[in-house]
Design a protein around this ligand. Structure first.
Ligand SMILES: *Cc1c(COP(=O)(O)O)cnc(C)c1O
Length: 427
């Protein structure tokens, strides 16, 4: 597949952008080789700078649940733009988007809109600390919550080890307020609460993990975290930036019947424009400025283009059968891929929840980050490049999710399985 123009652009990008990109995953380091440049997208397809149309299973890393340039979203954004792009004064659509979110996430009585998932998780944690008057945060290994200081902490070596910053530039005292524990391990959570219980402000977790590949919660895990936090007066924060509106319309809390104190959303609720949101009971949310002392603000928060795109996306997604149909196609694709891998003798561990999926090139089941790291990333990289050359764009890393949209039809799934047959045979 010709990628000449993309190569030229990549060289130019590296001259003026740090690392050639504005977000590291775009550089394809997880699979080696150079990224392609996108020029346009329509439905399930993204077209690159050399004119290749690729079936897109990344979908801007999750937001585009209707596919690229859905007519309803395009029209809503154009209409909003014509009326003015930003006011810094309240607008009605902020209410409408919040109402839609609350209708699906009843644990959120009140919402605050921001501009990204990172901003939303960072702010939710500040609020949890303000509400509880405690400093410590528990983060789960392999979960990603954006790039705020307190969250860039990887696994400590033992359960009681205080966090070590993963990135230079994070002051050690910030990182030391973050404790880490493995996903799907209630015993580890209990041990942290035994030792630090009355100092823990919150647990933040992706209830369906999507940033170590897709790893569903084990039976009873989320319920166990709910009970531990309730008993110790800590808050349970569900980071549903990725899994919100993707594992069910009501997210993981609807799917698993567990209620979070604070919920963080992003991605799908912006329909491809920059949005994040966090919310919870009024008694907690009213601590935010201007009613309360916990400060958080944003010049462009609740931006008219972003709220228009978000509302239009949720409207289309709420139509009867739309979500179920995307989830069903996700299941069909996964079943097909699994069968092909099996008949090619390639060991894979397949996970999927709702409209998110992952194919771990691994002989062992994946229940947490340590398991995920066992996957054969080189083999995944070979699979990725063969698929790309056949016109199928998968996430350029083993540790990312595969997303479907309402625009992925049987034709696309068939083309994908045809390509996968070849790719499994040669990886
Ligand atoms: C993408 C993501 C974030 C960060 O959102 P940005 O909009 O990239 O800042 C936070 N949490 C989870 C679970 C995510 O998947």
């Amino acid at each position: 597949m010709e990628r000449k123009r993309s190569s030229e652009l990549w060289q130019a990008a590296n001259r003026v952008l740090a690392g050639g990109v504005n977000s590291p995953v775009r550089a394809f380091k997880g699979v080696g080789g150079d990224p392609f440049f996108a020029v346009s997208g329509k439905g399930a397809y993204v077209t690159d700078a050399d004119g290749n149309a690729l079936i897109d299973y990344v979908l801007s890393w999750g937001p585009l649940i209707l596919g690229h340039a859905h007519p309803h979203v395009v029209e809503a954004v154009i209409r909003a733009m014509e009326k003015g792009s930003s006011f810094g004064i309240p607008t009605e659509n902020e209410i409408r988007l919040a109402e839609k979110i609350i209708a699906h996430y009843p644990s959120m009585e009140k919402v605050r809109l921001v501009n990204s998932g990172t901003e939303a998780t960072m702010s939710a944690i500040r609020l949890a600390r303000g509400y509880t008057g405690r400093d410590l945060l528990i983060k789960v290994e392999g979960c990603y919550h954006g790039h705020a200081d307190a969250l860039l902490v990887k696994a400590g070596s033992g359960l009681t080890t205080l966090g070590v910053p993963t990135s230079p530039g994070v002051p050690a005292p910030y990182a030391s307020c973050t404790l880490t524990m493995p996903f799907n391990d209630l015993a580890a959570a209990r041990a942290l609460f035994r030792e630090h219980g009355d100092r823990i402000a919150a647990i933040i977790v992706e209830p369906v993990a999507g940033n170590m590949g897709v790893v569903p919660p084990a039976e009873g895990y989320l319920q166990g975290l709910r009970q531990l936090t309730r008993e110790s007066g800590a808050l349970l924060i569900f980071d549903e930036v990725m899994c919100g509106f993707r594992v069910a319309l009501g997210g993981a809390q609807a799917r698993y019947g567990v209620t979070a104190d604070l919920t963080v959303l992003g991605k799908v609720i912006g329909g491809g424009l920059p949005v994040g949101a966090y919310g919870g009971p009024a008694a907690i949310m009213d601590l935010l400025s201007p009613t309360g002392p916990v400060y958080q603000a944003g010049t462009l928060s609740g931006n008219p283009l972003a709220t228009a795109a978000g509302i239009a996306t949720l409207e289309a997604l709420e139509q009867p059968g739309v979500f179920e149909s995307i989830a069903k196609k996700t299941g069909d694709l996964c079943a097909g891929l699994w069968a092909l891998a099996r008949s090619a003798g390639v060991p894979v561990f397949q996970t999927h929840v709702g409209t998110m999926a992952c194919l771990f090139f691994s002989t062992n089941p994946v229940r947490n980050y340590a398991d995920a790291l066992q996957a054969d990333t080189q083999r995944y990289a070979r699979f990725f490049w063969t698929m790309l050359d056949s016109g199928i764009y998968l996430a350029p890393s083993q540790f990312e999710a595969m997303f479907l949209s309402a625009a992925h039809g049987d034709v696309e799934i068939e083309k994908t399985l045809d390509a996968a047959r070849k790719a499994f045979a040669s990886c």
